[in-house]
Design a protein. Structure first.
Lengths: 99, 302, 394
């Protein structure tokens, strides 16, 4: 995984960071408020909810049972239908590895 | 006759000590807890648990911590947590509070670091000590006393002590397996002349003296008389005075200075020392002041 | 690594500190050890709960840790304090690789007070010997780096861990040794590590290490939700064990993996190794240090003050917020990567330079605070819940 690119190409502080082009989630590295428009991985998404710093936001719809991908690797599967712009965390994702 | 004094708690129990316990909920908070205790005169314990502990194992460790904090010898507890641990400090503090104990909580991450947590902890501990400063010792009825006996080896003093405690109207909690103790106790109960006091047998599977002490503390004892196994050293307990009675073995003779008494001293001397201990006279272990603590685990750390 | 200095020990390993260690071999000796070390400048002690009772596996494991500490390169000499005279065999084992070890027992000392008296005299002598030793210029191979993360958050895998991976790779390229551990925090990343194994056998060892952990977790019937990731991790944004592991594995950079080590097992070659340890921060650090790691780099998102009794532990914050809030417990801020004032490469180089500085004598935050946590991992605690505290009335 190469070093995450800042969306604007400069060293300006991004709000969300996409770690790999295969990912369907981005990480909030700044304040993400519901309703804000975010530049993420060359695309634009609208945050449907507040997302705390360090938490994930969906870049695309993730149906129930679908793999959630971060760092280009699977990190679990959706347990609820996830829409682009939703907060992705323990309430809608479960590990595929351990009980 | 059992005439002793103790600190009377609002809930109706009585303590032989009036400790402020500074209790780290996780190993990473042990240093801060120790610094706070040293600065204020509280007692702390140093343990290695609370991080990456899960399931029944974590529940049980939390239960042991709770029981130590709820000892009648503890007037108040300051729980010190880190903030990310699986054995959550603030939850432990709530459970202790729900049992009617005076408790405060300091979190290292919330406080802004270890130095800040020590400062916050010292302030909290000082407050708790001030609240307790007003409490005085007063005469305590034997019925409010439970004496723990850790019988890892057989000794004539075990039965003699239990019998005398029963006759005086106090309760006894016993742990250890030394030679058919339970049978002898059933027979001893038949000898008590006053309305029978409850003899409580605290079941504790084989384990080091420290584990036995924790079981007795959970049963609410104010003091422990310990008869360590002949190949074991005496150890103290953080919140409970432990009177260690030496038996006849090369190891026990070699460690004579770490014991309070020997079998040869007889029941009258033991009784007097026990009463003095309840009244506040420090045991050998208390004078050493070690914060060493051991707790059985049910599972490995994740 | 310019300016790197250390103490060259008789077995060829390098010490980055020159402590005198007072090491209890039994819980009962803890009080004496604490008192002795507190009274002698340059002495440190540890406290632990080993009572000699345990499964064969645990006896072996504890022995390995105690011997590893007694003979550690950061320690110029150790006073081991046992319960009885037969505890001397552990001291002997440490002497076998040339370590300077003295032994006392509570039994021969006549109890705690007598042992403290004798111990003070012995330890003062060891401290005087230690003070005569000098640092000298050391090569990068002097460094055996333990990689650790604790209190991880969603930033760990983006800032501090990749930057530490850069530092680890630079160290390994220069001829040093690096150890990646925390098995439970590699679950989900093992295929990426196996790809970098130097041989098919090492690749297999990596996969098996993870499988063994998963079997152990399953057999315990434990619900790891809430355990791994833990509450702090989740507040910080980590959702699953895989996510945490993928971030954690980045501490190991990209270097080839030479071998899989057991808990407290010394690496047999230079380069990057993986060690099988629990996720508990202290148990992990003790395992790595007992194996010979003489310095630890520890990334943290939530903040933690923990350190090692004998090794410098460099704390690297994953974000500027925690760095500001817990400034006194932390050494470096990898949050600058997010702030835009440093790249991962810049930060990696800065970590390496800070490691060299700490190795050469600059105290880390945890050393300034005297954080000396010690915990020995056990593998075979009781299988069933004992009837602890159950009371029956006669």
């Amino acid at each position: 995984m190469s070093e995450p690119q800042h969306p604007s190409g400069t060293r300006a502080t991004p709000v969300v960071m996409v770690l790999d082009e295969a990912d369907n989630v981005a990480v909030a590295v700044g304040v993400v408020e519901a309703g804000s428009h975010l530049a993420a991985g060359g695309a634009s998404i609208v945050a449907l909810e507040d997302v705390p710093i360090g938490h994930k936001i969906a870049l695309a719809p993730i149906p129930v049972g679908e793999v959630v991908r971060k760092y280009g690797e699977p990190i679990g599967v959706a347990t609820q239908p996830i829409e682009a712009g939703m907060h992705v965390h323990v309430h809608n994702v479960v590990s595929s590895r351990l009980p | 006759m059992l005439e002793a004094t103790a600190f009377h708690r609002p809930g109706g129990t009585a303590g032989a000590r009036n400790h402020v316990l500074v209790l780290p909920s996780v190993v990473c908070a042990a240093r801060v807890a120790r610094d706070v205790a040293t600065a204020t005169g509280g007692v702390s314990i140093v343990h290695q648990h609370g991080c990456s502990q899960v399931g029944d194992d974590a529940v049980r460790t939390g239960q042991v911590f709770e029981d130590v904090a709820c000892s009648p010898n503890v007037g108040a507890t300051l729980v010190i947590g880190l903030g990310c641990e699986t054995l959550e400090g603030h939850r432990l503090a709530s459970r202790i509070e729900q049992r009617g104990q005076s408790v405060e909580f300091t979190g290292i991450q919330d406080a802004g670091g270890s130095k800040e947590a020590v400062a916050t902890g010292v302030a909290a501990c000082t407050r708790l000590l001030a609240e307790l400063a007003g409490s005085e010792r007063a005469a305590v009825a034997p019925a409010k006393l439970t004496i723990g006996i850790e019988a890892a080896r057989a000794s004539p003093l075990v039965d003699a002590l239990a019998r005398r405690l029963a006759e005086a109207g106090a309760s006894v909690a016993l742990t250890g397996h030394a030679g058919g103790l339970q049978d002898r106790w059933s027979r001893a109960a038949a000898f008590s002349s006053t309305p029978p006091r409850p003899y409580r047998v605290v079941l504790q599977e084989a384990g080091h003296g420290v584990q036995q002490h924790l079981a007795l503390i959970a049963a609410g004892v104010q003091a422990i008389v310990s008869f360590p196994a002949l190949d074991a050293a005496p150890v103290g307990s953080p919140v409970c005075p432990v009177l260690a009675v030496r038996g006849s073995s090369p190891l026990h003779s070699a460690l004579a200075g770490d014991f309070d008494l020997s079998d040869g001293d007889g029941i009258d001397v033991l009784w007097r020392r026990m009463v003095e201990t309840i009244d506040g006279a420090p045991t050998v272990a208390e004078r050493l002041g070690s914060s060493v603590f051991a707790l059985e685990r049910l599972a490995m750390t994740m | 690594m310019d300016g790197l200095t250390g103490y060259l020990r008789s077995d060829g390993r390098w010490g980055l500190r020159n402590h005198v260690l007072v090491l209890p071999l039994h819980l009962a000796a803890g009080a004496a050890a604490e008192r002795i070390a507190a009274s002698v400048d340059g002495a440190v002690s540890v406290v632990h709960d080993w009572t000699g009772e345990g499964s064969d596996e645990d006896v072996a494991r504890v022995g390995k840790v105690l011997v590893g500490f007694a003979g550690h390169p950061n320690v110029s000499a150790t006073l081991c304090i046992g319960l009885g005279e037969d505890d001397a065999t552990l001291a002997e084992r440490a002497r076998e690789r040339g370590a300077r070890v003295e032994f006392l027992s509570l039994e021969a000392g006549g109890g705690t007070a007598g042992t403290i008296e004798r111990g003070l005299s012995v330890t003062s002598g060891l401290a005087a010997e230690a003070a005569r030793l000098q640092r000298r210029t050391a090569p990068p191979s002097a460094i055996c780096l333990g990689l650790e993360c604790g209190g991880s958050d969603g930033m760990s895998g983006i800032t501090a861990n990749p930057a530490l991976g850069v530092a680890s790779d630079l160290l390994v390229e220069a001829g040093g040794t690096s150890v990646l551990a925390e098995t439970s925090e590699l679950v989900g990343a093992e295929h990426l590590l196996a790809e970098r194994a130097v041989s098919a056998e090492v690749a297999k060892d990596i996969i098996e290490m993870i499988e063994r952990f998963e079997r152990a977790a399953a057999s315990l019937g434990v619900d790891l939700r809430g355990g791994q990731p833990g509450p702090g991790n989740m507040k910080g944004g980590l959702t699953t064990i895989e996510e945490k592991s993928l971030g954690a594995a980045k501490k190991g950079g990209k270097a080839p993996i030479q071998s899989v080590l057991e808990y407290a097992e010394a690496p047999g070659t230079l380069g990057l190794h993986v060690m099988d340890t629990p996720g508990n921060d202290i148990e992990q650090m003790v395992g790595m240090v007992a194996a010979g790691c003489n310095i630890v780099a520890f990334t943290t998102g939530r903040g933690t003050p923990t350190g090692s009794p004998v090794a410098p532990c460099l704390k690297i914050a994953t974000n500027s917020d925690v760095f500001r809030r817990m400034r006194d417990d932390l050494d470096l801020n990898a949050g600058e990567i997010l702030d835009g004032t440093a790249s991962q490469l810049d930060m990696g180089r800065r970590i390496l330079a800070a490691l060299a500085g700490a190795a050469s004598g600059l105290p880390t935050a945890s050393e300034r605070h005297g954080n000396a946590e010690f915990a020995i991992s056990r593998v075979a605690p009781r299988a069933a819940m004992p009837t602890y505290g159950t009371v029956s009335r006669i």
